[in-house]
Design a protein around this ligand. Structure first.
Ligand SMILES: [Zn+2]
Length: 353
């Protein structure tokens, strides 16, 4: 039996044990060495703006060790860099990289399905042109913040084709590099292609983009000819709100909403509508769904206390929105509030206040 079909309590337990496993692996000497070595060889800091859709997992699709890519998730991959909290988080990430002497690769993604339009992004009513246009707007905003010369922060627009997990890299002047069209033997030619596609990309940033594309090439190739259950794409039974969910490297399990939009009720309402539809069409059992709030913290003391307060706020805020907009669904909601000790990725459940 797949995990999606288990009773809700068993699903929650398996999710929590997954987070324990993730922390154990993350803290293992080998994983620590792998990350340190990766960052030493590829010090460009990588930020990915993406949709909350559970199918979009860039570390998995690019075979990048966990903990290297900093994700920003929201409904539809819809962002505005003027949002107060998002702008602060993003510029903080950029300052930290720059003060350490590193550039930043900012990958702005949208997603679509080649096989069936309806498997596209719900945030854009499956209109991939509109999703791409929005990604380009974010790129323009990034240029306004970090410079049009792209010397230090390189905003790169990328499509993600969810049937085959292939990246579609957009260059200037409507040029594109479609990873699904390449064979494994093209790996040696990737650098030339990227240089042609993005002639102004600094060489250090290009060097650190290439492993992602090589990883994607391998991943896409490994999926060729493999039957994937594409028609049941939406089976999410968890709404995550906050940050610190990288243990959820399972496709189709959770809708992850970052705490970025000044109007959080909109993505929360949409996520609840998706869960409701999943239950109604029996893609998941209707015995319950999980609302999980999490906030990362670095240090004991005030930092942790604030994380606890923030997570509690997020749980109660999201719960209020779901009760108001989906009162029937709200009866099936189970809530968990957590903080994550970020250096170890250890998730700690906290009791309700
Ligand atoms: Zn989407």
């Amino acid at each position: 039996m797949r995990i999606h079909d288990h009773p809700i309590q068993a699903r929650i337990e398996s999710l929590l044990s997954l987070s324990q496993e993730h922390a154990d692996i993350f803290c293992s000497p080998s994983a620590w060495l792998a990350r340190e070595r990766y960052l030493a060889a590829h010090p460009t800091r990588i930020v990915v703006m993406k949709c909350m859709d559970g199918r979009i997992h860039i570390p998995h699709a690019t075979r990048t060790p966990l903990g290297i890519i900093t994700p920003f998730r929201n409904l539809g991959g819809i962002f505005h860099l003027g949002w107060p909290y998002l702008g602060e988080m993003l510029t903080e990430t950029v300052y930290e990289a720059i003060r350490g002497g590193h550039g930043v690769l900012m990958i702005i993604t949208y997603h679509f399905s080649r096989g069936e339009r309806a498997r596209g992004c719900a945030g854009f009513d499956c209109d991939s042109d509109a999703a791409l246009a929005h990604a380009r707007e974010i790129r323009t905003q990034a240029e306004q913040l970090f410079g049009h010369d792209h010397r230090h922060v390189y905003p790169l627009v990328c499509g993600f084709e969810t049937d085959g997990d292939a990246l579609l890299v957009h260059g200037d002047d409507d040029t594109r590099l479609d990873m699904s069209k390449l064979a494994l033997t093209d790996a040696s030619d990737l650098e030339r292609r990227v240089t042609a596609l993005c002639p102004d990309m600094p060489s250090d940033i290009r060097r650190d983009l290439l492993p992602l594309l090589e990883g994607n090439l391998l991943h896409v190739d490994s999926l060729r000819g493999v039957a994937r259950k594409l028609d049941n794409e939406h089976q999410e039974w968890v709404i995550c709100i906050g940050r610190g969910f990288d243990f959820l490297h399972l496709p189709n399990t959770a809708l992850i909403i970052g705490p970025y939009s000044p109007d959080l009720s909109e993505p929360i309402g949409t996520a609840a509508a998706i869960i409701d539809a999943n239950m109604k069409s029996r893609r998941i059992p209707d015995d319950g769904f999980l609302l999980l709030a999490s906030t990362p913290y670095q240090e004991a003391g005030v930092d942790r206390a604030r994380a606890v307060m923030k997570s509690r706020f997020l749980t109660s805020f999201a719960s209020r929105v779901i009760h108001r907009e989906h009162p029937k669904l709200a009866k099936r909601m189970l809530m968990r509030t957590a903080v994550v000790h970020w250096p170890s990725r250890r998730l700690e459940l906290i009791s309700e206040a």
